[in-house]
Design a protein around this ligand. Structure first.
Ligand code: NAD
Ligand code: TYD
Length: 353
């Protein structure tokens, strides 16, 4: 369908910026509206390369602001919403669960209700509400080879995953109750450029560079399933256009890593790129107190997405990690701006405020 108008929420964040870039470049006939509150995690510098494109518009707004969402969807005749805006860091959710309930649960509800109000009036035909979620809603796996499937029962443990689970349920409830055309996807851990350096991979790359300790929670035995962020963005594009209404799709790369093994790969790669001798930074590994309620293992079965829509990850992990390490080492200014808070001035200078 040509000439669509799509809101992408959270487009100034890590995954959202890759999705915005992909859609702006690939669909010149679409109008892409990036709705983002610009919290600590939102950074318009992530989108410098596309910010002046005629098919792109940025709107600084809070998804919890129902009136603002309603007006935007109505005035712009929005027919698609790809919803990524969220509070996304588990450690922050442990310290401040309210913010997570507000944005992830009430914000999603406000967006759903605004879309419903507009779309019930204009008709559901051609409309789509696509909610981006996480595999963390399924809870924790043991070391038994089992994988999360689309039918796996929800069993969230952290305030973050509980808030995402709740938002997933609201999205499905809007389909079942009002007939809203919705889709939910649950993806594994993403890595790649533009990730806020509080998450494991960018934090550790930066620490290795400056020879700072690497705080490994517990014994480093927890397992995560890692996917390169551009592969996630490609999956989102495919599912937005070809996915079946009311379906759930799991997205993952069949790429499980024990934290400690992943950290060793990171050290090796950073040292190689910086020309340091092998093993030079192994002593940075520092075991610290475990995260409260730390889920042991996540692993996604994404075979439904492969068999139904033909999606597969494009990058091997070692290749993706080297690409990522090089990006962070080459973009020290981005990292410095983010870690010092200077990135928040970009919006003001761009909009001359
Ligand atoms: P992020 O923290 O990097 O970005 C979140 C973005 O949302 C930021 O730009 C922030 O400013 C914006 N935002 C936060 N609260 C807002 C509000 N109230 N109104 C408007 N905008 C607001 O997050 P991310 O890692 O890019 O994750 C994006 C989405 O993907 C989230 O929904 C997350 O749950 C989901 N997800 C993430 C991963 C991962 O590994 N990062 C994996 C699976 C799913
Ligand atoms: P993180 O990147 O926060 O993602 P998530 O908690 O959503 O999976 O953490 C990835 C894994 O790395 C997780 O098992 C926690 C662990 N971790 C550490 O050991 N040390 C750290 O400093 C961080 C941020 C994470």
């Amino acid at each position: 369908m040509a000439n669509r108008t799509i809101i992408i929420t959270g487009g100034a964040g890590f995954i959202g910026s890759h999705v915005v870039r992909l859609f702006v470049n690939k669909y010149p006939d679409y109008r892409i509206i990036n709705v983002d509150k610009l919290t600590y995690a939102g950074n318009l510098e992530n989108l410098k390369d596309i910010e002046n494109r005629p098919n792109y518009r940025f709107v600084k707004a809070d998804i919890c602001d129902f009136d603002a969402m309603l007006a935007l969807i109505k005035d712009e005749k929005v027919d698609g919403i790809i919803h990524l805006a969220a509070e996304s860091h588990v450690d922050r959710s442990i310290k401040d669960p309210f913010t997570f309930a507000r944005t992830n649960v009430l914000g999603t509800l406000s967006l759903l209700q605004a879309a419903r109000t507009c779309w019930e009036e204009s008709g559901w035909e051609g409309k789509r509400f696509y909610h981006i979620s996480t595999d963390e809603v399924y809870g924790a796996l043991q070391f038994d080879g089992k994988l999360f499937r689309e039918e796996t029962k929800y069993d969230p443990h952290s305030p973050y995953s509980a808030s995402k689970a709740s938002s997933d349920h609201f999205v499905r409830a809007f389909h079942d109750t009002y007939g809203m055309p919705t889709i939910v996807t649950n993806c594994s851990n993403n890595y790649g450029p533009y990730q806020f350096p509080e998450k494991l991979i960018p934090l550790f790359i930066n620490n290795i560079r400056y020879r700072k300790p690497l705080p490994v929670y517990g014994k480093g035995e927890n397992v995560r399933d890692w996917l390169y962020v551009e592969d996630h963005a490609r999956a989102i594009d495919l599912i937005f256009h070809k996915g079946k209404i009311a379906e759930t799709y799991n997205i993952g790369g069949f790429n499980e890593w024990k934290n400690i093994d992943l950290i060793k790969v990171l050290i090796k790669t950073v040292d190689k790129v910086l020309g340091r001798p092998e093993g030079a930074d192994d002593d940075l590994i520092t075991f610290v107190q475990d995260r409260a309620g730390h889920d042991l293992r996540y692993a996604i079965d994404s075979s439904k997405l492969k068999s139904e829509l033909g999606w597969e990850p494009s990058l091997q992990f070692e290749e993706g990690i080297e690409k990522t390490v090089r990006w962070y080492l080459d973009n020290q200014e981005w990292l410095d701006n983010v870690t010092s808070g200077d990135y928040q001035n970009y919006y003001k200078s761009m909009y001359k405020l």
